[in-house]
Ligand binder design. Structure first.
Ligand SMILES: [Zn+2]
Length: 172
């Protein structure tokens, strides 16, 4: 199917900004990771699917998906233009399938894959909490202390379990 002409200004704007590699949501995720002391590479070409952020040694990869282009299910940002609706639905479906294939390739290589949606980057504290808790990142204790002044010890313990096991040599 051929791409139809953009039918309105909002759609035209999205079409022209589609391929920007350094999007605002990506910048938000990167700054939270840096804040937490997590090291990462930006879109390493050596990995299949070119995840937006990854750490090969740490065996993790993060995709930061725009809700519109990657058609975040149930999200108010995942609108479908009224004109040429079928074409757009087909296009979004294709994007979703490609996203799943990319994640599956990385998982087959033993990577942990996390998808962060654009809408989730609008709530900084919540995003930070989610990343803190994602085990593969192995957030350091001091970084978590700094981030959760006033947070209870139970919470720290849940963040720490994986790292403790690793330090004790119980995990490869
Ligand atoms: Zn969304």
């Amino acid at each position: 199917m051929r791409r139809p002409a953009a039918s309105d200004s909002a759609t035209r704007r999205r079409m022209t900004t589609q391929r920007r590699s350094d999007t605002e949501p990506e910048r938000v995720v990167r700054s939270v990771l840096s804040d937490l002391g997590v090291r990462y590479r930006i879109a390493p070409r050596s990995l299949p699917g070119k995840p937006d952020l990854a750490n090969k040694g740490g065996r993790w990869a993060i995709f930061v998906h725009g809700c519109y282009w990657h058609h975040h299910e149930g999200c108010e940002r995942a609108t479908v233009p009224k004109r040429n609706r079928d074409w757009w639905l087909h296009k979004f479906r294709g994007n979703q399938i490609r996203d799943r294939e990319k994640a599956a390739l990385l998982e087959q290589m033993g990577f942990n894959v996390l998808v962060v949606w654009e809408c989730e980057t609008k709530d900084g504290p919540r995003l930070r909490e989610r990343l803190e808790r994602w085990q593969p990142l192995q957030i350091r204790r001091d970084a978590v202390w700094g981030a959760t002044r006033g947070g209870g010890p139970e919470r720290l313990e849940s963040v720490w379990t994986g790292v403790d096991a690793r330090e004790r040599g119980e995990v490869a």
